[in-house]
Design a protein around this ligand. Structure first.
Ligand code: KG4
Ligand code: ZN
Length: 447
């Protein structure tokens, strides 16, 4: 079975194609194409994702990204023509389906009508949660392709994608790949219209995570602990009551005048810092439930900086002494009253507080749920301190539990994870050609 998946819930325009073989004991999933076109550069000046800009960029990018994915998957992308008798009808239907995306409609007609319908079985698309204007572009594009190529549609929850990324775990891929003597290709980075495009292709067979399964989803919009007793069956055990973990990283990075997105920047700055330099609070770490709160942690970083009269002065201006403020070669630090706190120390201390809370709640959830597997996914799952702390937790305290960390290349938003989730949906229920899919910005896993 081959599935083409489309992901546009935030600021990545992503399309992937996977191939799976059901007859195996464990599903064999081959990634034929994984294209992610990031819009980070466009949103960076605004310090966050601007929904209408994202919508516009997805429209511009989708036809191009689709062609790249088809090419990467070795599908033909040219020399096709629909019979003249059908062309009028096709045009009209596409115009209706893409009536809210005029720019996409134009590009679709120009770029995609000469692409032969590829040998795929279904088209998967993220329908929520996320930014609704951005989600709609992906959904309407999927509907147009579904109509044009006569393929069924599979709506996928973005968070299901983050969970199912674990079914493509690096460790397992590497294990099997080494016995088959296949080496995963490293990400290929190219510049396209000034943006970064990432193409990765790898394949392999892997063993499966076992149920009951606990999943920690940590992203820019979500922080949730989810229990699965079987495939596609979700019970939210706990979630953030305010900011998501990634959001806190992004906001604290902004306070520290680090770039966007903040997670990787904080980690980078924190690498050389002392994580015990500032004792930031660990909100709700001792609460009996499995909920999180990151807003208080973020605010305490702000108060800490304000107390030191630093909130508006913070910059990466490197120096230990005021007289050295303009020295471009000295290390970044923050000048605080008489004392001197380095930026690295504040970043590392914040990061440690966030990681401690995530690990502590995950530990509690593992104790309560007796899960056989712990799966970790979402953008913040790229955090090295978090990965190491969870590895330590599982090996020391839960040796019978297997840990499936989302492979690094699938932690951020991508369409391969959407295709993987879609594959398990197809196994459960045959997909339909019903085009009645709506964007649901606040979609929950248990809906
Ligand atoms: O899953 P994702 O790509 O998008 C959403 O679904 O939200 O997650 C993006 C989030 C951002 O907040 C980003 O700052 C965070 O993941 N992130 C990290 C790291 N890399 C990305 N947070 C902490 N440490 C990282 N290394
Ligand atoms: Zn995400």
């Amino acid at each position: 079975m081959r599935i083409l998946a489309i992901e546009t819930s935030c600021d990545e325009t992503a399309i992937s194609i996977i191939e799976s073989k059901e007859e195996k004991k464990y599903p064999e999933i081959k990634v034929l194409a994984n294209v992610v076109l990031s819009q980070i550069k466009i949103h960076k000046p605004f310090g966050g994702v601007v929904p209408n800009l994202a919508m516009r960029e997805h429209q511009k990018n989708l036809p191009h990204v689709l062609k790249l994915a088809l090419k990467e998957g070795k599908f033909s992308i040219s020399d096709f023509r629909f019979p003249i008798s059908k062309q009028n009808k096709i045009n009209k239907k596409l115009e209706t389906l893409l009536s809210r995306e005029p720019e996409l409609f134009k590009l679709f007609k120009k770029e995609l009508l000469s692409v032969p319908p590829p040998d795929i079985d279904a088209i998967a698309v993220t329908y929520g949660p996320g930014l609704e204007p951005a989600l709609w572009v992906g959904i309407n594009f999927a509907k147009a392709l579904s109509y044009l190529w006569n393929k069924p549609l599979i709506p996928v929850n973005h968070l299901e994608g983050h969970i199912y990324a674990a079914w493509l775990s690096d460790e397992n891929l590497r294990e099997t790949l080494s016995t088959k003597d296949l080496t995963p290709k490293p990400p290929l980075l190219t510049k396209e219209r000034g943006e970064k495009r990432e193409i990765i292709s790898l394949q392999g067979v892997r063993s499966e995570p076992q149920f009951p399964l606990l999943s920690l989803i940590v992203s820019g919009g979500h922080t949730e602990l989810v229990l699965m007793k079987k495939h596609l069956d979700y019970k939210i055990l706990g979630e953030t009551l305010d900011d998501a973990a990634g959001e806190a990283f992004d906001k604290v990075a902004k306070m520290l005048k680090l770039g966007y997105p903040g997670g990787p920047e904080i980690s980078k700055a924190g690498e050389k810092g002392n994580s015990r330099a500032v004792n930031f609070p660990r909100p709700m770490i001792n609460s009996k439930d499995l909920n999180f709160s990151f807003s208080g942690l973020k605010t305490s970083v702000l108060y800490f900086l304000k107390n030191q009269n630093l909130a508006s002065e913070i910059s990466l201006a490197p120096s230990r002494k005021k007289s050295e403020l303009n020295s471009a070669t000295a290390r970044p630090h923050l000048e605080i009253s008489d004392a001197s706190f380095r930026l690295e120390d504040i970043a590392a201390s914040f990061e440690q507080a966030a990681v401690d809370v995530l690990v502590s709640k995950t530990k509690k959830a593992l104790e309560n749920s007796k899960a056989k597997t712990l799966v970790v996914g979402g953008g913040v799952a790229a955090n090295k301190k978090l990965r190491a702390a969870l590895e330590k937790l599982v090996s020391e305290k839960f040796p019978k539990t297997s840990l499936f960390l989302s492979p690094m290349w699938l932690t951020g938003d991508n369409a391969t994870m959407i295709a993987a989730a879609a594959y398990f949906k197809v196994l459960k229920k045959k997909p339909s050609k019903n085009l009645d899919i709506k964007a649901q910005g606040n979609l929950r896993l248990s809906d």
